[in-house]
Ligand binder design. Structure first.
Ligand code: ADP
Ligand code: MG
Length: 184
């Protein structure tokens, strides 16, 4: 059966690290694998998918989720997608089309934004996935389980790409305290 695995959690929870591990252990040949990520994620090297833990894999940066389908060939068996939350609501239908062709999908994404609100297509993708992998980080302040993404700089747009210069993983208590301090 064709499977759809979704990896999700807050920032620094190890989503990309997990995606790369699954890529390394998937057992398929290079020509059977497609790796993509949205162009909006301009962190690190352009033609690679990088994790904060220093792992990387070759991947193509694309603007629109429809472009994934144009890379599919007769040999494609599995597609890895990083930062899937940035692809918007159309990505769910595209993943369904890919699965219907007998091609597996492994995607990773931020399920909540810095306000802890659902991020774009993630609730739909959670419902669609037959294998959900929920990850947590360590709170930047107390080292307890980090489930929330805290934005350390003042900026109100949902999409603001950065890493530890702008974001921290926090437990709910320290995220709440941080949000209250920002609104004072
Ligand atoms: P995600 O894709 O969920 O943002 P990554 O897979 O890229 O996460 O990397 C998470 C790992 O990166 C953590 O387990 C941690 O060991 C490491 N790491 C490196 N730098 C930082 C940082 N500044 N804050 C938190 N974790 C970091
Ligand atoms: Mg990542």
């Amino acid at each position: 059966m064709t499977s759809f695995t979704l990896i999700y959690g807050c920032m620094f929870s190890g989503k990309t690290t997990k995606l790369i591990e699954l890529y390394q252990h998937c057992g398929f040949e290079q020509e059977e694998i497609i790796v993509v990520k949205p162009v909006i994620d301009n962190r690190f090297v352009a033609d690679k998918v990088n994790s904060h833990s220093g792992l990387n894999m070759p991947g193509m940066r694309i603007k629109h989720p429809e472009q994934i389908e144009s890379y599919i060939t007769d040999t494609t068996k599995i597609i890895f997608i990083d930062e899937v939350q940035f692809f918007g609501s159309r990505v769910g239908t595209i993943i369904q089309n890919i699965l219907a062709q007998g091609i597996g999908v492994v995607a990773s994404g931020l399920d909540r934004d810095y306000l802890h609100k659902d991020f774009g297509p993630m609730p739909d993708l959670k419902r669609m996935a037959d294998n959900n992998i929920a990850l947590t980080a360590r709170c930047h302040l107390c080292d307890e389980k980090g489930t929330h993404t805290f934005r350390t700089i003042k900026n109100d747009s949902q999409i603001l790409v950065g890493h530890d210069d702008m974001y921290q993983a926090r437990c709910e208590k320290h995220w709440d305290e941080g949000m209250k301090a920002l609104s004072d």
